[in-house]
Write a protein that binds this ligand. Structure first.
Ligand code: ADP
Length: 252
């Protein structure tokens, strides 16, 4: 469904990504792990145009459901606003710090993208938002403001907001690392259900036990390169590379 080749990115003289390749099949769950600063978030943000790589390509297959024909972007060539908008349309991001609009109710936060950006009918967007809120156990929080919710509830709203965009691909950027430990489970539970439902997702996470449980493939990054990749059980349980071994041992 998604193929990225030779993604490269530098911030000034700081080379953050080198020759990153990614292939994600429909329904696959990929966990990106690695030390802080290894480039995981930059990969994720590059997949949906929040960062623009300096070089490389991203190709999305067509989608019968919503997104229409395929999309191919070559970052070595000139990339226009239209390309970035088309790329952004394919995926939706769940952020570490939820990034809800503080002055908007839960409902407004969720329908903002579908109504304002995707131009979907407001009534339909509200109906969908209510359905999704009920799914994550937050039907009664529709008219609350983010500050009235716990971190776990805010992140569940963050997930609903992403789902409401009906993206081809869900991107999670350390979705539980800002949460108090007792709230982590409720968010991981929702993500696990989405995986079981067949959503295609890329998850940046430090929760290695969760990654092993939910991911089909684990990619270990360090210093802006992919050091090792493979089935979750292999990379996390029986890594081949020394750097992976050290990282996995430290976290278990
Ligand atoms: P990770 O998600 O693995 O912690 P990141 O992708 O967030 O790693 O960061 C990789 C490197 O890129 C870090 O050195 C970070 O400081 C740098 N970086 C990330 N975003 C920016 C930015 N917008 N401007 C400058 N440097 C950045």
């Amino acid at each position: 469904m998604l193929s990225a080749r030779n993604l490269a990115k530098a911030f000034g003289s700081n080379v953050v990504l080198r020759d990153i390749d990614l292939d994600i099949r429909r329904g696959q769950v990929v966990a990106l792990i690695g030390p802080s600063g290894s480039g995981k978030t930059t990969v994720l943000r590059s997949l949906n145009g929040l960062e623009v790589p300096d070089a490389g390509t991203v190709t999305f297959a067509g989608s019968a459901a919503s997104a229409g024909p395929g999309l191919a972007i070559d970052f070595s060539a000139k990339v226009g606003k239209k390309d970035i908008a088309a790329l952004r349309d394919r995926s939706a991001m769940v952020f570490q710090h939820y990034n809800l609009f503080p002055h908007m109710t839960v409902l407004k936060n969720i329908i903002e993208g579908p109504v304002q950006v995707q131009k979907r009918p407001r009534a339909e967007a509200i109906e969908e938002a209510e359905r999704l809120l009920a799914r994550v156990g937050l039907a009664d929080k529709r008219d609350s403001y983010p500050f009235e919710l716990s971190g776990g509830q805010q992140q569940r709203v963050g997930i609903v907001r992403a789902l409401a965009l009906k993206p081809q691909l869900l991107l999670f950027d350390e979705p539980t690392s800002a949460l108090d430990p007792e709230l982590v489970g409720e968010v991981l539970g929702v993500i696990k259900e989405l995986a079981e439902e067949g959503w295609t997702m890329v998850i940046v996470t430090h929760e290695l036990a969760f990654a092993q449980h939910v991911a089909d493939e684990v990619i270990f990054m360090d210093g802006g390169v992919v050091v090792e990749r493979g089935p979750a059980a292999e990379v996390l349980r029986a890594p081949r590379q020394e750097r992976t071994k050290l990282f996995v041992k430290r976290l278990q």
